[in-house]
Design a protein around this ligand. Sequence first.
Ligand SMILES: Nc1nc2c(ncn2[C@@H]2O[C@H](COP(=O)(O)OP(=O)(O)O)[C@@H](O)[C@H]2O)c(=O)[nH]1
Ligand SMILES: [Mg+2]
Length: 430
Amino acid sequence: MQDEEAELKKEKEIKEKPSRTSVKARFKRLGAGFKYRLFKFTIVSLIGLGINLAALALTEFVIGKITTVLDVEYTYWIFKFTIKGLIAIAMGIAAATTSNYILNKLWTFSGSRDERVGTQFIKYAIVGASGAVLKYLLTTTFTKQFHKVVPNIDNATLAASAFAFVITVFWNYMWNEVWTFDVLEKIPEEPIVVPPNMDFRDITLITPTFNENENIGPLMEHMNENYKGIKLIVADDGSQDGTREQVHKFSETNPDFILLDRETEEIHGLTISVLDAIKMTETKYYVVIDCDFQHPPEKVGEIAIRLREGYQFVIGERDEIPDWPFSRRVISWGASVIGKFSHWIHRSASCGDVMSGFFGGETEYSKMVIEKHPKGFRPKGYKIMFELLKHSRKKETKVGRVGYVFNPRVRGESKISKKHIFEFLKSAFP
Ligand SMILES: Nc1nc2c(ncn2[C@@H]2O[C@H](COP(=O)(O)OP(=O)(O)O)[C@@H](O)[C@H]2O)c(=O)[nH]1
Ligand SMILES: [Mg+2]
């Protein structure tokens, strides 16, 4: 009996913990990684170069302010150096290695197999050190060669450094791909089929609203028509444009659709509105969706099916965001890396799109998380899903995903502002 149990447990572990990729397969996937990962790795390397130089200059500046004792020059073999210079170089390397490791782990090689951070960091540092030696050798060799063609030694050195940098980036990328990070193949997702006439009595939709009179009507109608038995809580923060009146009117024909009127509450905000709605949810699951149709309503059914498979959270992840300007993409990328970093240091559950606002959860589990962390949320913030995951332990939380396209807003106005960015940063690093 015990054997059987152990056997079962082992089987489960195998399913949940993917085994190491063989060396042969690792070399094979190098080609597949070229397309995206080499590109990302190159960007990270360039950022690292900047961080290296900045840390180096800063250290020299700070030491220079404190003392001049370390400015004495020593000569050893062909090297001339000062202690100040050595400390500055070491600080530059340490800062760049650490930040590059984090960026590569969370971005370039995201979704790789879990490994102890210490071991992985050492591997990463060894690759980096080998790259540094290679870069030094290449730079000196090529400077000599280039100097034959280019008379100016500075230009020859610059060209040789650039050339050496490119080759070193490739070298480091290659060893990180086949040794440091074990990137797991993404299993192609099977499309989730929502049977027609399915019952949604176990789902409560939560939609936060503030002045959405153009959207709330169409949303309620859509949900009423397409999701039999579903419940809806409109968490409104005191709209003055008739949003609340529309919900009241709808409740008369469908009492499962109700208004949570927060007009007289002391604190207003998206996060607190959703938290209040989760607390009053009575069904086994809930799904949070924006009212403005930027979250496609037809995906609610897919999230519901995933939730019933036993995930504590199912995240709607934005696979595509058409119409976003480059600047917004850069900000979103930065926020996403910061968010994943925050989840990582909190050892919490995480997902592919930590900034998404479209998600579902198992009600009891979320209530438990909220109760355990009464002060762990930024009530006026926008990133409630990020915070719920932040307070959920990685080991005990199963997180599923459903991909979606983040549509542009058609009606009404966006309420997001710069202050929400600060709210998020405070939440990421309390
Ligand atoms: N209850 C409540 N809802 C809000 C608040 N701010 C925005 N919302 C709603 O939250 C959803 C997303 O807001 P939106 O401004 O579209 O954010 P964006 O998609 O990031 O631009 C919409 O349904 C808004 O009506 C708020 O302070 N309180
Ligand atoms: Mg919106």
